[in-house]
Design a protein around this ligand. Structure first.
Ligand code: SAM
Length: 299
C-alpha cells in the first residue's frame, strides 16, 4: 500500500505519468474548464523559481489539475492551498499529493470563494503568500481582477496565461497591446514577463501560445487619485473605441454638451486633445480623472 502511494506521488509532470494517471482514473478533459495540463518539468521550475518561495511562505494555487505544479510548490513553500473546481480531480489530487502533508485541496470555484477569508485561515503563520498557477484561460481576466480588486494580501502572482493577455498586462503606453487591462494591472502591480511557452508542453495542447507573467504587488499605487472607481471608469471610457481620440471617447462619457470645456480640461492637464487613449500614461489618466471628477459632469 505504501509502495502504491509512493508511486502515485512521484512527479506527475511528464507525458508518460500524466497519460498514465489519466488512463488509470478514466479522466476525460473538459475544454469548458480550460483543462490543459503541464507536462514539462523545466517550465514548472521556472514558474516556482519566479514565485520566490521558501518554507516561511504560503502558495495559493488556482486549478491544480492533477497536481503537477502543486507537488513542486509543496517542496518550495511552507504551505500550499489549491482550489480546484472539477470534483473528478479531487480523488486524483488526494493520491498524487499523499506524501505532501503541507498541502490542502479545496473543492470550489475560485470566482465564488471568499479568498480573503481563505488566505487568512490557511496562511496565518506564514510570512507572505503568493498566488502561483497555470490558469484556466477562459477566466484569466476575471480571476486576476478578483485577486487585485479585493486587495488581497499577496506578494506575487505568478501565472501561466495566454501570451497575448500577458503582453497586454505588461504593455507600455503607445503600443497596440496597451489598454484598460494594462492600466488596471499596472495600477496594482509591477508586471514582468518571465518566459513564453510553446503549446507542446501541455496535454491537450491549447490553440494559443502561452507565457508566464509575474505580477509583484505594489505597497501603494504609482499614482494618487481622488476616487479609484472613477479613475477606472475614465480609463474604460478612454478605450471605449480604440480608433477614436481621447476627446471623442471622453466626450461620449461626460456628454457632448461639455465638449469644448473637455478640450480645455485636457489641455489644462497637458494632454493634446487629439491624442488617443492608448498613448496616455497612468499619471496622465490620473490627472484627467481627478479633473473630470471635480467638474461633476458625469454624475
Ligand atoms: N495546474 C494544472 C497544470 O498546470 O497542469 C492544471 C492547469 S489547467 C490550465 C486549469 C485548471 O483549473 C483545471 O484543473 C481546471 O479544472 C481548473 N479550473 C477551471 N476553472 C476553475 C475555477 N473557476 N476555479 C477553480 N479551478 C478552476
Amino acid at each position: 500500500d505504501k509502495q502504491e502511494r509512493t508511486a502515485a506521488a512521484s512527479e506527475v509532470a511528464t507525458p508518460k505519468r500524466t497519460k498514465e494517471i489519466i488512463g488509470r482514473y478514466g479522466f476525460s478533459f473538459k475544454k469548458s474548464l480550460g483543462q490543459n495540463f503541464l507536462i514539462d518539468q523545466n517550465i514548472l521550475n521556472k514558474i516556482v523559481a519566479a514565485a520566490e518561495l521558501d518554507p516561511s511562505k504560503g502558495a495559493l494555487e488556482i486549478g491544480p489539475g492533477i497536481g503537477a505544479l502543486t507537488q513542486q510548490l509543496a517542496q518550495a513553500a511552507g504551505r500550499v492551498t489549491a482550489v480546484e473546481i472539477d470534483n473528478r480531480l479531487i480523488p486524483i489530487l488526494k493520491d498524487v499529493l499523499s506524501e505532501n502533508d503541507n498541502v490542502e485541496v479545496v473543492h470550489g470555484d475560485v470566482l465564488k470563494l471568499d479568498l480573503a477569508e481563505l488566505i487568512e485561515r490557511q496562511f496565518k503563520e506564514m510570512s507572505g503568500v503568493s498566488v502561483v498557477a497555470n490558469l484556466p484561460y477562459y477566466v484569466t481576466t476575471p480571476i486576476l481582477m478578483k485577486l487585485l480588486e479585493e486587495k488581497l494580501p499577496l506578494e506575487h502572482i505568478v501565472v501561466m496565461i495566454q501570451k497575448e493577455v500577458a503582453e497586454r498586462m505588461a504593455a507600455k503606453p503607445g503600443g497596440k497591446a496597451y489598454g484598460s487591462l494594462s492600466v488596471a494591472v499596472q495600477y496594482y502591480c509591477e508586471p514582468k514577463l518571465i518566459c513564453t511557452v510553446p503549446h507542446t508542453v501541455f496535454i491537450p495542447q491549447p490553440n494559443v501560445d502561452s507565457a508566464v507573467i509575474k505580477l509583484s504587488l505594489r505597497d501603494k499605487p504609482p499614482v494618487d487619485v481622488k476616487s479609484e472607481s472613477y479613475f477606472f471608469r475614465v480609463v474604460q471610457a478612454s478605450f471605449a473605441q480604440r480608433r477614436k481620440t481621447i476627446t471623442n471617447n471622453l466626450g461620449a462619457f461626460v456628454g457632448k454638451e461639455h465638449r469644448e470645456a473637455l478640450i480645455e480640461l485636457l489641455q489644462g492637464c497637458g494632454i493634446d486633445p487629439a491624442r488617443r487613449g492608448e498613448t496616455l500614461s497612468l499619471s496622465e489618466f490620473a490627472a484627467v480623472s481627478d479633473a473630470l471628477l471635480a467638474t461633476g459632469w458625469s454624475d
